[in-house]
Design a protein. Structure first.
Length: 359
């Protein structure tokens, strides 16, 4: 588990939500569809006590799983979801999410959000989402194998850099993986289109054919496998590694992490309300609760990820102010949002990804 969050004084507004929200929620429940272990249970408990609502959480393991569930009627089953930034346009285009507030109105606490997250490319008007947490994706590696490696995707893609030690790529994310290959080839992490994607698919096929490639694993498993010596390099999220180091420095202290010099992913997970949410008023109230600086800081401390809430930055633990959780200025310049694609581009992406994994 992440480092125990600091304790907070009772909230000044305790009880203010009880009548309005509980009355609006027909059955007294808020249904949250979230990633596993991505919410501090103490935050849920405090919100339930203040609002009078019962929060019911269900979990998914990928944005694709979330999308599939929503298109199968889940947009009428859940009140609040936590998609990743580049998936938001797909949800909007499919009519699966609704604006957070009525036109001309704003959620309480919205002014706490950092300017860079208020009108992002994935939601230019800021109408459908509020940022939840953000982080960076990079390479986790064994420092005993490579005491001082060049910070490059070559640690995974270049057999001259790593021709012997087992390594893995990230499981289940076509666009991210093609982005890493594009970055390695000089086309930029935020590449889009047939030419760079075809070249990226060829890179993946070539990489899969190497003797020391062990397969595609998820980011958490990559950290565990590097720690256990199953692989010596893989792809991980910065906050996951920081949390593991804080929990068990002896086991995870030998693991290094860098953001490749060719560029990598800056991701943002966001809060959104499904189009036919049973209790949208309850969802709005919970979003406003999470926008309180002290609550946003608790959320960040629990997950070991950076908060997009400017007013909360002074309240987070010291570990969240330094690498790997907070990349330094030079590393931040190398981070990019994953471009959103749809229609024929999305079909091409999936076709090339299927081919890259099956050849």
């Amino acid at each position: 588990m992440p480092m125990t969050p600091r304790r907070w004084a009772p909230l000044a507004g305790l009880g203010l939500l009880t009548l309005s929200v509980a009355a609006a929620a027909a059955d007294g429940k808020l249904r949250l569809f979230n990633w596993s272990d991505y919410m501090d249970p103490a935050i849920i408990e405090d919100f339930e006590e203040e609002s009078g609502l019962e929060v019911v959480q269900n979990y998914y393991n990928s944005n694709a799983e979330l999308f599939s569930k929503l298109t199968a009627g889940g947009d009428a089953q859940y009140d609040l979801i936590v998609p990743s930034d580049y998936f938001v346009p797909r949800l909007i285009d499919a009519g699966l999410v609704r604006p957070l507030a009525a036109e001309g109105e704003a959620l309480e606490g919205h002014d706490n959000i950092l300017d860079e997250f208020r009108a992002p490319s994935y939601d230019p008007e800021g109408a459908y989402t509020v940022p939840y947490l953000w982080g960076a994706t990079g390479i986790v590696y064994n420092t005993e194998t490579w005491p001082d490696p060049a910070p490059s995707w070559g640690l995974l893609y270049d057999p001259e850099v790593n021709g012997d030690y087992p390594f893995a790529l990230l499981k289940g994310d076509a666009q991210f993986t093609f982005g890493t290959a594009c970055a390695f080839q000089g086309a930029g992490f935020d590449c889009v289109g047939q030419e760079p994607w075809v070249a990226a698919a060829r890179q993946v096929i070539e990489t899969r054919g190497r003797d020391n490639f062990v397969g595609f694993v998820d980011a958490t498993a990559a950290i565990e496998q590097v720690a256990n010596g199953v692989i010596h390099a893989g792809i991980a999220y910065n906050g996951d590694l920081a949390g593991k180091r804080a929990e068990d420095p002896e086991t995870y202290g030998k693991l290094g992490f860098f953001i490749p010099e060719e560029g990598s992913q800056r991701w943002v997970d966001v809060l959104a309300i499904p189009a036919r949410a049973p209790n949208p008023e309850a969802a709005q109230a919970f979003i406003e609760y999470l926008l309180r600086p002290e609550v946003a800081a608790r959320l960040a401390n629990y997950n070991f990820y950076t908060t997009p809430n400017e007013a909360a930055l002074s309240l987070v633990n010291d570990a969240l102010r330094e690498p790997p959780v907070m990349p330094d200025a030079a590393a931040r310049e190398r981070l990019h949002f994953t471009p959103s694609v749809s229609g024929e581009q999305l079909e091409l992406l999936q076709e090339l990804w299927n081919e890259a994994r099956s050849r």
